[in-house]
Design a protein around this ligand. Sequence first.
Ligand code: 8DG
Length: 138
Amino acid sequence: MTHSDPMDTKKIFNIVAAFIYEQNRFLICQRPKTKARALLWEFAGGKVEQGESHIQALKRECMEELAIEVEPSGLFYQNSHEYEDIIVNLFIYHTKIIKGPVQKLEHEDIRWISSEEIDNYAFCPADKEVLEIIKQNY
Ligand SMILES: Nc1nc2c([nH]c(=O)n2[C@H]2C[C@H](O)[C@@H](COP(=O)(O)OP(=O)(O)OP(=O)(O)O)O2)c(=O)[nH]1
């Protein structure tokens, strides 16, 4: 391993994301064309900023991305995943919409899908395991 090996220098980000489940469907969002992991599907959310709690970050991201007020409850799933560019610590919370409607402010597309439809979508690799859990339980 050389001194400049990118393995040594990858940044680690804490990412919070929302599992929003209503009437047998959950909300998925397609990443913008211009961002890393372009056009892959994900749970709404994003990076926790300096000084923010997970709950604060998730509320902020849901407002920025979907124009919804949310109430996160328990942690549903946690995982770490190494990408080519960064390492993500992913925290997915059970989340309820307090005030809508959902609006697509930042994503390429948003959909409510049933667990049977998961395989029709290409998700971020870090989400692979939680999607299996959703398939088995929802
Ligand atoms: N929101 C979200 N991000 C995920 C999921 N799975 C997964 O690997 N990620 C990755 C994709 C991105 O590399 C990272 C989220 O960072 P981001 O760039 O979207 O965060 P952000 O909205 O704060 O954007 P920015 O201000 O840095 O541009 O986490 C997921 O289910 N939801």
